[in-house]
Ligand binder design. Structure first.
Ligand code: NAD
Ligand code: TYD
Length: 339
C-alpha cells in the first residue's frame, strides 16, 4: 500500500504520517510538501531515515511535478492536507489560498484520475458550514448543513470540497471528505490560538484575545483526528462526507485562562485586541455519522489533551523557538502591533 500524504510537514499532516508509519509497518508513505512558512522539515527528522518513508519537496500546484511523482509511486491512496490554513492570513492576502487550496486540489485530483488512485481523501474543515449563533446551543453542524462560508480561507476550502464532489460525479474518482473542527496538539504552528498563547505566556508577553473572547470552537486532539482519517480511508464510503469533532466546545477566553493556569502565569497578561473581520461566532460538530458508520469517537478529554500539549511545548522549545525567531517576527508585528 502506498499513500501520498500532501502537507505532511505541517501540523496535522505530520501527526498523521507518524500515526500511519507506527500503525502500518508495511505501508509506504510519500510526503509531498512545498515547505511554505508553515512546513517544517525538522518536524519529520525522526522519520527521514525510515525506509517506508519518502519526502519530496513539491508544490501541489506543480502539475508536471505531481504527475511525475504519481508516475514513480503509483499511489493507492492520496490524502490531501496541503493548504494555506490560517484565517487571519487569508484576510490579509486571499490569492495564495485560491491557488493552493482550490487549484492545487484540482491538480492532485487530475493526477489521481490519470493514475487510477483507489481513494482520494480531502481533508476539509467545519468552517465550510459558516458559524452558529451563541444563543442556540441545540444547533450543530451535520453533513447536511448548507455550505455558507465567512472567510477567504473557508471559502477556498469550500470551493475545493465542491470540486472534489464534482470529480466524483463527473469522472467517477473515488473520493471521501472529512470536515474537522479545531485541532490542537504537538507541532501546531505558533500563529494559531493555543500554541501562540503558550509561547507568549512562556515569554510573559501579552496574550492577544480578539474582541471579548466569547467565540466558541470545538477542540479536538490531533491524534483523534488522525485516527478518524485512518478509518475513513480504509472503511469510509466513497462519495461521502464525514464530520469529525469532539463535542468539546470552549470559549477562547476560557482556553487562554486555562493556559495561564497550566503555566502558572497571571491572567493580567490577557489583552483584548481588535476583533477579527467577519469573525465566526461558534463552531460545533455533530459527529453522529462517523460514530454510527465507522465507530469513531474522540478518545482524548480536553483537560488531558491540553496538559499533554503544554508539556510538549515545554519539552520541545527548540522546535517553536526556531520558528518564532525567523520571519514569524515580521508576521507578528504586522498582525498584532496596531491591533
Ligand atoms: P498547516 O498550515 O500546519 O500545514 C500545511 C502544510 O501544507 C505545510 O506543511 C505547508 O508547507 C504545506 N503546503 C502549503 N501549501 C502547499 C502547496 N502548494 N503544495 C504543497 N504543500 C503545501 O495546516 P494544518 O493545520 O496541519 O492543516 C492541514 C489541513 O487540515 C488543511 O487542509 C486544513 O484546511 C485542514 N484543517 C485544519 C484544522 C486545524 O485545526 N488545524 C481543522 C480542520 C481542517
Ligand atoms: P485560530 O487558532 O486561528 O483557528 P480558527 O480561526 O481556524 O478557528 O483561532 C481560534 C480562535 O481564537 C478564533 O476565534 C480566533 C481566536 N484568536 C484570538 O483570539 N487571538 C489570536 O491571537 C488568535 C491567533 C486567534
Amino acid at each position: 500500500m502506498t499513500i501520498v500524504v500532501t502537507g505532511g510537514a505541517g501540523f496535522i499532516g505530520s501527526n498523521f504520517i507518524f500515526h500511519m508509519l507506527d500503525k502500518y509497518p508495511d505501508y509506504r508513505i510519500v510526503c509531498i510538501d512545498k515547505l511554505t512558512y508553515a512546513g517544517n522539515l525538522s518536524t519529520l527528522k525522526s522519520i527521514m531515515d525510515n525506509p517506508n518513508f519518502r519526502f519530496v519537496k513539491l508544490d501541489i500546484c506543480d502539475r508536471e511535478g505531481v504527475y511525475k511523482l504519481f508516475e514513480e509511486e503509483h499511489p493507492d491512496i492520496v490524502v490531501n492536507f496541503a493548504a494555506e490554513s490560517h484565517v487571519d492570513r487569508s484576510i490579509e492576502d486571499p490569492g495564495i489560498f485560491l491557488e493552493t487550496n482550490i487549484k492545487g486540489t484540482g491538480v492532485l485530483m487530475d493526477a489521481s484520475c490519470k493514475y487510477n488512485v483507489k481513494r482520494y481523501h480531502q481533508v476539509s474543515t467545519d468552517e465550510v458550514y459558516g458559524d452558529l449563533p451563541l444563543d442556540r446551543p441545540d444547533l450543530f453542524f451535520t453533513e447536511e448543513t448548507p455550505i455558507h462560508t465567512s472567510s477567504p480561507y473557508s471559502s477556498s476550502k469550500a470551493g475545493a470540497d465542491l470540486l472534489v464532489m464534482a470529480y466524483h460525479r463527473t469522472y467517477g474518482l473515488p473520493v471521501t471528505i472529512s470536515r474537522c473542527s479545531n485541532n490542537y496538539g504537538p507541532y501546531h504552528f505558533p500563529e494559531k490560538l493555543i500554541p501562540l498563547m503558550i509561547a507568549n505566556c512562556l515569554y510573559d508577553k501579552p496574550l492577544p484575545v480578539y474582541g471579548e473572547g466569547l467565540n466558541v470552537r470545538d477542540w479536538l486532539y490531533v491524534e483523534d483526528h488522525c485516527k478518524a482519517i485512518d478509518l475513513i480511508i480504509h472503511k469510509g464510503t466513497v462519495g461521502e462526507v464525514y464530520n469529525v469533532g469532539g463535542h468539546n466546545e470552549m470559549r477562547n477566553i476560557d482556553i487562554v485562562k486555562l493556559i495561564c493556569k497550566e503555566l502558572g502565569k497571571p491572567e493580567s497578561l490577557i489583552t483584548h485586541v481588535a476583533d477579527r473581520k467577519g469573525h465566526d461566532m461558534r463552531y460545533a460538530i455533530d459527529p453522529t455519522k462517523i460514530h454510527n458508520e465507522l465507530g469513531w469517537l474522540p478518545e482524548t478529554k480536553f483537560e488531558d489533551g491540553i496538559k499533554k500539549t503544554v508539556k510538549w511545548y515545554l519539552e520541545n522549545r527548540e522546535w517553536w523557538e526556531e520558528i518564532i525567531s525567523g520571519e514569524y517576527q515580521n508576521y507578528y508585528k504586522k498582525m498584532y502591533e496596531n491591533r
